[in-house]
Design a protein around this ligand. Structure first.
Ligand code: HEM
Length: 134
């Protein structure tokens, strides 16, 4: 099963709607700019993170069960295919998760929700591994 396209985790409202997702994504890319262990994955991205920030915000709205802002614009997520150009190993996955964990810690006060989102993000990040360093 393609976990990147599993419909609707009912997390959108619990997190706090669109504004909360924007805050999460801003904190996520700030962490990617700042965390030393994220240097390699930061380098995979464009210098200007604006367009990527917008795409992740729209994707997460849909993924968390909110408005479908991604698919009508970009087509089916097919995240594995969209990440094929980048070498994602266990270290890259862990670096991505470190950024997301920091972002969740900064922007989501509900510990139970944080744990659920952490597990759900980890599933997708692990699924995107495409090179075999564990
Ligand atoms: C596992 C480590 C990951 C790495 C190294 C990574 C890296 C990247 C890179 C380099 C891009 C292209 C951005 C650009 O062109 O500036 C991208 C796009 C994207 N990533 Fe990831 N990513 C990872 C995990 C994830 C996860 C877990 C999700 C979702 C929960 C995700 C969602 C997206 C989305 C929605 C896009 C935009 C796709 C599009 O072009 O429409 N990524 N990612």
């Amino acid at each position: 099963m393609d976990v990147s396209t599993t419909p609707a985790n009912p997390h959108f409202e619990r997190l706090g709607g669109h504004g909360a997702i924007e805050r999460l994504v801003d904190a996520f890319y700030r962490a990617m700019d700042e965390l030393p262990q994220a240097r390699a994955i930061r380098a995979m991205h464009e210098v200007d993170l604006g367009p990527t920030r917008r795409l992740l915000t729209r994707y997460l709205s849909e993924w968390m069960g909110g408005p479908r802002l991604y698919t009508p614009d970009r087509g089916p997520p097919k995240l594995r295919r969209r990440h094929q150009a980048f070498a994602i190993d266990g270290a890259a996955r862990d670096a991505w998760m470190a950024c997301m964990r920091r972002a969740l810690a900064e922007t989501c006060a509900d510990a139970g929700l944080r744990a659920e989102l952490d597990a759900a993000f980890h599933k997708v990040a692990d699924f995107l591994r495409n090179t075999d360093t564990p």
